[in-house]
Design a binder for this molecule. Sequence first.
Ligand code: SF4
Length: 136
Amino acid sequence: MSDNVVETLQFNCTTCPSECLLTVEVERDANGAVVEVRSVTGNNCPRGDTFAHQELTCPMRVLTTTVAVSGGDEALLPVRTAEAIPLELHAQAMDLIRGLVVEAPIRMGDVVLKNLLDTNINLIASMDIDRAQVAN
Ligand code: SF4
């Protein structure tokens, strides 16, 4: 006899500002792993179905944090991944980013770290930081 269970979840699709409330029926095995996404309803377009499948198999999020700056008029630079990366990589990415120091000046959109953890996604600057003024 199968120990699989079927549960019904509700969460919002965050692909566009409509944020449709999805109702998703999912089958899990005894370890809680997703066996099958059985149905998705509440989505106003096909992207909601894709989002629900991805959310249950490999959820993706944009990572935002800060990195240390050397020689800048600010000590910390806000950064983000240019696109969403797998949520399960966020802790590993934070370990890597924690050790970074970037040199001012920096412009918004500058690549701070290329191909973060082989995701093909770059870590980019979210604001400008100028060089610190040296007092006379
Ligand atoms: S299901 Fe479609 S319309 Fe609804 S939030 Fe997702 S992308 Fe937007």
